[in-house]
Ligand binder design. Structure first.
Ligand code: GCO
Length: 475
């Protein structure tokens, strides 16, 4: 059970971190043996990203990592979640590791530890080696086996100094934005393939968890980061409630079912029968997926509001990550998605901290033995420097204050939440949106790559140092 918290404080051991991902910040995409990932291919395909932007340079974290670690230390953060670029470690997605690729992550981890910052490694944040996609990608079972091999390599290389491990970031995005709506890499629009991808991502998670356990000290913890949806319905009308259950299966149960409970929801099989026969789920797969975990990562931004579909509804679908004529929801044409009321961020996502409290309490019940971490939460705003070069972002501070208050409320309600990772440390490549959306606590001038902590970063650093929330308007 977590230590008791007062009405304003967080547990003394609470981790105050920031999160990033390799393709969104590193750059150096053709350096030291790295080969193209599916995001290199996708972002270089005309029309796929805003302005044709790519992660070729991103914010050059590969060369500026010492400066970025010093930024975090200067703010007072005590944790940092980052991802490993698979094609930097295994250029073909299989076979021996490229040591110079691993050496970058060894240097980064040593820099973090020397600064008193606890590293949390995400093994997969969407940058599948292109060669594996050419061999079929996540819809192919062999990709799961390759991921386990990759996990073992990284676990052997960093397991002595990294204690917190996350296998996958948001498998929902990998499977359904990548293979159903196509707004993310590799940009395929095949609902049946997207469900195969979901299963093989689950299998990859399980096999990688076993592989990590086999090569790392027992003290190390293993988790998965899910962007589970907080699904609400327009009314309690049975048709609307059925729509809510359908999306809960397609967004949440398809992953937490096997990972946390060792079974897919029966209603998922019923809902998707017209799309797939699930025959690729082999005997033993669910046992392989349902590995004991130590923690669960929750990524939250905004709730999801659904109803039974209006049969006349047509037009392209905006799924919050881009717009496509194809749905990211296989077998949900009878569901309509609605904008939840309230103020929105630059992404058009409604600001609703109650959703974060609801999400935490749900998984506190679904997985009562797991430590919980908010592995992503944050907001995009149209940040600009003042004439004196300072970046004042009171809206982001208010967003953080509201959501951290929701975390503190969940802890007081008995949830074992042990850390929070602000998305993101730096303004970075926001996938299909390119560099249009700024999520960073630290502003990046993309022309010079100069970093400038925003006022929200100073506020968040004060919270990290004090273990309680300063007044939001006080910054
Ligand atoms: C995600 C990804 C991040 C995004 C962030 C804002 O949750 O989509 O993990 O890479 O950049 O969430 O969309």
């Amino acid at each position: 059970m977590p230590e008791p918290v007062t009405s304003v404080s967080f547990p003394p051991a609470f981790l105050w971190g920031a999160a990033t991902s390799a393709y969104q910040i590193e750059g150096a995409v053709r350096e030291d043996g790295r080969t193209p990932s599916i995001w290199d291919t996708f972002s270089h395909t005309p029309g796929k990203t805003a302005g044709g932007e790519t992660g070729d340079i991103a914010v050059d974290h590969y060369h500026r990592y010492r400066e970025d670690v010093a930024l975090m230390a200067g703010l007072g953060l005590n944790a940092y979640r980052f991802s490993i670029s698979w094609p930097r470690v295994q250029p073909t997605g299989r076979g021996p590791a490229v040591q110079v690729g691993l050496d970058f992550y060894r240097r980064l981890v040593d820099e973090l530890l020397a600064a008193g910052i606890k590293p949390a490694v995400t093994l997969y944040h969407w940058d599948l080696p292109q060669e594996l996609e050419d061999a079929g990608g996540w819809p192919e079972r062999d990709t799961a086996l390759r991921f386990a091999e990759y996990a073992q390599i990284v676990g052997e290389a960093l397991g002595d100094r990294v204690e917190q491990w996350i296998t996958l970031n948001e498998p929902w995005c990998s499977a359904f934005l990548g293979y159903a709506s196509g707004v993310h890499a590799p940009g395929r629009t095949d609902p049946a393939a997207s469900l195969r991808a979901a299963h093989h991502l689950n299998l990859a998670h399980g096999l990688a968890t076993s592989a990590l356990r086999s090569v790392m000290p027992a003290r190390n913890t293993i988790a998965i980061s899910l962007n589970s949806s907080v699904v609400r319905t327009v009314s309690q009308d049975p048709a609307d409630l059925a729509a809510g259950r359908r999306i809960d299966d397609l967004a949440n149960g398809v992953f937490h079912g096997p990972v946390l409970h060792g079974a897919y929801p029966e209603t998922l099989f019923q809902a998707t029968a017209s799309v797939t026969d699930w025959s690729y789920v082999q005997d033993g797969d669910l046992r392989a997926i349902h590995q004991p975990l130590d923690a669960l990562g929750l990524n939250y931004y905004t709730p999801t509001l659904v109803s039974a579909a209006d049969p006349d509804a047509t037009g392209p679908r905006a799924d919050g990550h881009g717009t496509s004529d194809h749905s990211p929801w296989p077998a949900a044409d009878d569901v309509a998605f609605h904008q939840t009321p309230g103020e929105r961020t630059e992404m058009g996502w409604t600001i609703d901290p109650t959703g974060l409290h609801e999400l935490i309490m749900r998984y506190s019940r679904e997985a009562p033995d797991l430590a919980l971490y908010v592995t992503e939460n944050g907001a995009a705003y149209d940040d600009k420097p003042d004439p004196d070069g300072r970046v004042h972002d009171p809206e982001r501070t208010a967003y953080l204050h509201g959501h951290l208050s929701a975390v503190r409320r969940a802890i007081a309600d008995g949830a074992d939440v042990r850390g929070y990772y602000l998305w993101s440390l730096l303004d970075n490549f926001e996938w299909a949106y390119g560099y249009e959306k700024r999520f960073g606590a630290v502003y990046v001038d993309y022309a010079t790559l100069e970093r400038t902590p925003k006022s929200s970063a100073r506020w968040y650093g004060e919270a990290a140092r004090s273990g309680s929330l300063p007044p939001a308007e006080g910054v």
